[in-house]
Design a protein around this ligand. Structure first.
Ligand code: PMP
Length: 450
C-alpha cells in the first residue's frame, strides 16, 4: 500500500518518532492509525473494527468511550484544570483518590504519592529506597534486585531494574546498583526433568545466593510484578512468592511490588498481592487506575518505608522530589471515578466469572499446529508460538500477531508469545469472538507459512 504524503500515515512518518519500534522500519511501513474506540473495540481510519485484546497497553479496564470519565474530566477541567501539590498546597481530587487507595490497599499502607507513569513511579521508588537507607544511616545498603524479564519502565532507574536487554542495550544501562536474579517462568527456564517444585527451589536459591554474594548489608530492595507482563505474561510457580518474602525478611530487604499491569482486578482480585499472598512495603499502581484515560500512577508506602523518609525530609528541610503534574487534579479525578466504576460494576467479579472461559479458550488454541502451549491468570494470558523452519527468534510470533490483527484482533507479540489482556468489561460472548478471530489468524499464518 502506498502512503500518501499528506495523509495522517504520511505525516506521521514525516514528523513523529515513535516509541518501541524499529525506527528505520517505521519510516517505510508507517503505523496503523486508530481513529476511535467503543467498548472493547477500536476502529482504524478505514473504518475496520478490531477487538482490543490487549486493552491498549494492558490498561483500558473500562474499555473505550466510558462517558462518565469524560464527564468527570470536563467538570474538573472547568472547576480547577490544574493545580500542583508542591509547597504546602493540595486539592480535593488528589486527596479523595489517595484516601480511597489507602482504604482499598491489600495490606496496611500509610501514604500515597502520585506520579504520571509507571516508569516515573518505579524510578521514584528507587530514589526513595536510597533516601530511606541514608535516613537510617545505612550508607552501603543501596543495591536493588530486579529479575530477568521483569519490566518496570524505561526511565534511568526503572529501566535498570527492568530485566530486558532491549531496554539496556546502547543506553549504557543498567546502573551498577541494579542486579537481576532469575526469571521464575517454569515453561521458559525449567530444566529437562526438573519438577516445578524443584524449579521454584532453584529460583529461591538463586535469589539467596545473589544476596549472599553481594552482602545482605548492601541490598536494599527487591522489585517484582506478581505476574510478569511485558516480559511475556509469566506466571510464577506456587510457593515462589512465599519463598521470596521469607528470604527478604531474613535479610531485611524491602519488597516493592509493581502492579502497574496486575492492579485493579486484572488477576481476579482487586490487587494481585491478594491472589498471590504478597505483602509489599511499596506498591506501584498505574494503567488501570485511570483506564489510561489520563496519565496517572501512584506509589503506596507502608509505615516502615515512609517514616524514615519523612524524618530525612525534616532533617534536610524538604523532600526534594516532585513533578509539575504530581497528583494532577484532572488525572486524579478521572482515576477516582474509574476506580469507583470498577467497584460499582463488580469488574473484579467479572474477571472471576470469566477466568475459566478465558483460560479454556487459550488452552483450546494451544491445540493449533502453530501453538506450543498456553498460560494465564485472571484475564491475562499468552500463547507460546512454535517457531517454524526459516524463522529467526520472535519472527513466528510477529507473523502470527500480524495475521491475528488482519483477522480483527489486536494482541501483542513478545518474544515467542502472543499476549492477551482484554478490557475488564469484556463479556463471555466477546471472549469467544476474540478467540475465534485468533483462530482465523493462526490458520492464515499457517497457510502463509506453507
Ligand atoms: N511497570 C510495569 C509492570 C509495566 O507493565 C509498565 C508499562 N508496561 C511500566 C511499569 C511502565 O509504565 P509506563 O509505560 O507508564 O512508564
Amino acid at each position: 500500500m502506498t502512503v500518501m504524503p499528506n495523509s495522517t500515515e504520511g505525516r506521521d512518518i514525516a514528523y513523529q518518532m515513535h516509541p518501541n519500534v524499529n525506527l528505520r522500519k517505521y519510516e517505510k511501513s508507517g503505523g496503523l492509525v486508530i481513529e476511535r474506540g467503543e467498548g472493547i473495540y477500536v476502529f482504524d481510519s478505514s473504518g475496520k473494527r478490531y477487538i482490543e485484546g490487549l486493552a491498549g497497553l494492558w490498561s483500558v479496564a473500562l474499555g473505550f468511550g466510558e462517558k462518565r470519565l469524560a464527564e468527570v474530566a470536563k467538570a474538573q477541567m472547568e472547576k480547577l484544570p490544574y493545580y500542583h501539590t508542591f509547597a504546602y498546597k493540595t486539592h480535593g481530587p488528589s486527596v479523595d483518590l489517595a484516601e480511597m487507595l489507602i482504604q482499598l490497599a491489600p495490606v496496611p499502607m500509610s501514604k500515597v504519592h502520585f506520579t504520571s507513569s509507571g516508569s516515573e513511579a518505579n524510578d521514584l521508588v528507587a530514589k526513595m529506597v536510597w533516601y530511606r537507607s541514608n535516613a537510617l544511616g545505612q550508607k552501603d545498603k543501596k543495591k536493588i534486585i530486579g529479575r530477568i524479564k521483569g519490566y518496570h519502565g524505561v526511565t534511568i532507574a526503572s529501566a535498570s531494574i527492568t530485566g530486558l536487554p532491549r531496554n539496556h542495550e546502547s543506553f549504557d544501562l543498567p546502573l551498577d546498583r541494579m542486579l537481576h536474579t532469575s526469571c521464575p517462568s517454569f515453561v521458559h527456564f525449567g530444566e529437562d526433568g526438573e519438577s516445578e517444585a524443584d524449579f521454584t527451589a532453584r529460583m529461591l536459591k538463586d535469589l539467596e545466593d545473589l544476596i549472599l554474594r553481594e552482602g545482605p548489608e548492601t541490598v536494599a530492595a527487591f522489585w517484582g510484578e506478581p505476574v510478569m507482563g511485558a516480559g511475556g505474561v509469566l506466571v510464577p510457580p506456587a510457593g515462589y512468592w512465599a519463598g521470596v518474602q521469607a528470604i527478604l525478611k531474613q535479610y531485611d530487604i524491602l519488597l516493592v511490588v509493581d502492579e502497574v499491569i496486575c492492579g485493579f482486578g486484572r488477576t481476579g482480585t482487586l490487587f494481585a498481592c491478594e491472589r498471590f499472598g504478597i505483602a509489599p512495603d511499596a506498591l506501584v499502581l498505574s494503567k488501570q487506575i485511570s483506564s489510561s484515560y489520563m496519565p496517572l500512577s501512584a506509589i503506596l508506602l507502608n509505615d516502615k518505608f515512609y517514616q524514615p523518609i519523612a524524618d530525612e525530609s525534616d532533617r534536610i528541610g524538604s523532600f526534594g522530589h516532585g513533578y509539575t503534574a504530581s497528583g494532577h487534579p484532572v488525572a486524579t479525578a478521572v482515576g477516582l471515578e474509574n476506580v469507583k466504576i470498577i467497584l460499582e460494576r463488580d469488574l473484579v467479579g467479572n474477571v472471576q466469572r470469566l477466568e475459566g472461559q478465558f483460560l479454556d479458550g487459550l488452552a483450546k488454541l494451544a491445540g493449533h499446529p502453530l501453538v506450543a502451549s498456553s498460560r494465564g491468570v485472571g484475564l491475562l494470558g499468552a500463547l507460546e508460538i512454535k517457531p517454524w523452519a526459516g524463522t529467526a527468534s520472535g519472527d513466528a510470533a510477529t507473523a502470527v500477531q500480524a495475521a491475528v490483527q488482519d483477522a480483527g484482533v489486536i494482541t501483542r507479540n513478545i518474544g515467542e508469545s502472543i499476549c492477551f489482556c482484554p478490557p475488564l468489561i469484556i463479556t463471555g460472548e466477546q471472549i469467544d469472538d476474540m478467540f475465534a478471530g485468533v483462530g482465523k489468524g493462526l490458520d492464515a499464518a499457517a497457510a502463509a507459512r506453507g
